[in-house]
Each structure stands twice: as structure tokens, then as C-alpha cells.
Write a protein that binds this ligand. Sequence first.
Ligand code: PLP
Length: 392
Amino acid sequence: MKLVGASPTAEISNKVRALTAAGHSVINLGEGELDFATPEAICEAGIAAIRDGDTKYTAVAGTAELKAAIQRKFARENSLSYEPSEIIAGAGAKQLIFNALLATLASGDEVIVPAPYWVSYPDMIRLAGGEPVIVQCSAAESWKLTPAALSAALTPQTKWVILNSPNNPTGAVYSNAEMKALTDVLLGHDGVLIMADDIYEHVRFEGEFATPAAIEPALKARVLTVNGLSKGYSMTGWRLGYAAGPAWLIEAMQVLQSQSTSNPSSISQRAAIAALDGGIGFMADWIETLRQRRDIVLAALGKIDGLHADTPEGAFYVFADCSKLLGTARPDGRVISSDLEFASYLLETAHVGVVHGSAFGAPGHVRIAYAVDTETLRTACDRIVDACAKLH
Ligand code: PLP
């Protein structure tokens, strides 16, 4: 446990709760969770599951009906075909990523993690006994891993490469060609597994969706494709994720799951079938709303000298460079010397929670999640603009 820490995003949320409890009106733009309600038909399927008495243990990796719905999803949306033995459902994508790493990593194994990264990857890798190998990506490369950087990071100890598109925290979306360039590199490295974290698949404003197993079928036997309902369907609390990959890996993950959490909630599984089979038509409105919110944040940043972000293509985050504000002084005279201190300033004085970039392996930045309702977001942006204007 000495190797790992608590999730920084959860810590920001705790601070927000404490300030709120002390009577402040705090807006949390730190959490990666949409404010939209889970669609009615999906909720009804969960309620029906309870009424039908579907409230018992199920097969560890999910019911046959859910696996069939996941098969249909992969076939329909990603042109990928999987057998039931190649599919597992779990309590969120997070649990599946953790299980995959725990099932495969031994001491000395390396996992390539492009930075900026989702906060949990490095800690999960360390918990599983492996070594995160952080590969820094740059804003100049639209925050994307380049084939050259990937090649340079691969060693005989590399066990996994983690790819996440659309990306948390940058919103970067890899095109088919960009993903193909990466899978071309990996074709030459037989022992390396590829984790595709596709959790933001549907949260895209521009561009195509590229997932490694579909982009390079020759790699399919080495790819674990992880997805779930949390982000696209606004179902974070239902805790339902799924993964597809080679049967040996799925089997190992299933053994781990059987000895830890067992099956994901039977109720959530029924809801997931309704979600996956129900179509994604409803998402178009959500994406339009998110696009407007994204533009509200970008417009606010445009008013601030010293805070800059390029337009993200997906997810619901703006990853802003705050390095020009470092070295400036707050109204109380305290100098802001790090992204963490800038985020603390925004929280303490503007009562807006954002997450410092260091948490994602990119110091000098902050992540602004625009997943709150539009009016609240406008208020938060006004507060950020005011707070930054007071720095000197
Ligand atoms: N992967 C990424 C990149 C995420 O941002 C998150 C949630 O924040 C997850 C996985 C976990 O999602 P789930 O709620 O399905 O566990």
C-alpha cells in the first residue's frame, strides 16, 4: 500500500463536500460523471429485474443474455466478433482493468502508459506488482502517443500497452490512421498485450472511433477491449463494465473475479441488456449539449490571459495549460507555484473544483470536467475568469 495513493479525483470531491458542508456554494468540475439522468427505458429494465426476482447471484462473468447483448454490440458498432468465452462483465470498466493487470503482471513487468493518463492506471499497475512506464505525450502532438515514442518505450519486459481514446483527461481522439500507426509498431512485438480503454467511445464530437482489435485484426488475440456503460449511458452508479479478449485472459480475469467480487449486480446486468440493445439514438442530444458546454469552457479560457487549451474532440474534459499563471500572486500575496496550488486557489477562492494536471502525469495543467448542467457551468466559468483576473 506504500506504493499507491488514494484517487486524486476522489480527494477533490471530498474537499468539495467539506466546503459545501461548511455552507459554501461549491461547483465541482473535478468529477468525471455526467449530470444526465440514466435513460428511462434502461431504468425500467432495472426495475423490472427487481420485480421479476432477478436479484440473485449470476454466472461470475455475466449472464448468457448479457454476453449475447455484448456480442451484438461489438458486432454492430465495432465489426468485432467474440465468443461468449471471450467476454466478461464486471463492476465497471475499472474493475476489469484492475483484474486484467492483477491476473497478468509479475514483478519486473512493465506497462506502457501514455501521459496524460487516467489517474488509476499507474497505481493499479503498482498494486499488481508491475512497473508503469510513463511515455510523455505533448500538446503539440495533440496529446497523442506517436509510433516513435511507443517504439522507444518497448522493452523485453513490456507486458502491456494501455491506449485510451477518447482520452481522459485530454479529450484526444485517435484517428484510424493514427491508431493503425501504433498497431503497426505492436505487430512486431509478439509478447505484448494491448489494453484498449474504450470507455468514452460514444462521447465524441469530431472524427472516427478507432479501436485496436478492429483496426488490426492480426492483433486481436493480444487485445483486451474494455468498455462500459458509465460514460456513454450516464450509468456510473450502476457499476457495469465489460471486456472482450483472448479466452485465456478472460478465464484468468474470471477466476480473480470469482474470488473477489463475483458477478456484477444482476439488476445492472438486466439494465445493461436494455442499454446495449436499445440503440444510441438518444446520445445525439447529449453530445450536442456537451459540445455547447465544451465551447462555454473554451470561450471562458479565451478571456483569461495565461490559461490555454486546444479544442478537445471527445470525452467531457478540457485540459488547460496553466503554466503561464505559475509564479503569479494571489490577492492574499501567496505565490502560486504549481498546478496543485492553482487548483487549490480556484477551490478556496472561486469555490470551483478542478483537478491538477500532475495527477494525470502532466504538471502545469488543470482538467476542467464540463459534466455539470449548463447554467452551473456558466457560473463556474465566470468565477474562474474573475479569480484569474485577480492574480498579479
Ligand atoms: N477508464 C477511464 C479512462 C475512465 O475515465 C474511467 C472513469 O473515470 C474508467 C475507465 C472507469 O469507468 P467505470 O465507471 O466503468 O469503472
